[in-house]
Ligand binder design. Structure first.
Ligand SMILES: [Zn+2]
Length: 121
């Protein structure tokens, strides 16, 4: 779209929203209309840059989240018990806490025994 057309559309929209704006525009001297046009062109350019930047940012955010998810999934294979160090790949079930601690089912059983007084602390 030609910038003149874009400018005209903006002015028409402004006129539709507020007729006094359009009346003021019509009363402007030719040199001031040109200044306004150049200001609107600059504004449109800035909006386009802003749109591109926000697309770029959301794409970066998406890639960042994807990388984080990959890292978390990769870590999932290597989760080890925070108490005995046994890994899930060594054949135990592991519960992870939101705080990042992990415990295997053997350690859970041992803790159960400790709490029940069947094992020494
Ligand atoms: Zn353990």
């Amino acid at each position: 779209m030609a910038t003149d057309e874009t400018t005209q559309i903006i002015i028409d929209n402004a006129a539709a929203a507020d007729e006094s704006v359009y009346m003021k525009y019509k009363q402007l001297k030719k040199v001031n209309k040109a200044k306004l046009t150049s200001y609107l062109e600059r504004l449109i350019e800035l909006q386009q840059v802003e749109d591109e930047l926000s697309e770029d940012l959301s794409e970066r955010k998406r890639r960042h989240e994807e990388a984080m998810l990959e890292a978390i999934n990769a870590m999932g294979d290597e989760v080890a018990c925070s108490f005995c160090g046994k890994k899930k790949s060594e054949g135990t079930n592991i519960v992870t806490s939101p705080a990042g601690a992990c415990i295997c089912e053997e350690c859970v059983a041992l803790c159960g025994d400790i709490f029940a007084g069947r094992a020494r602390r």
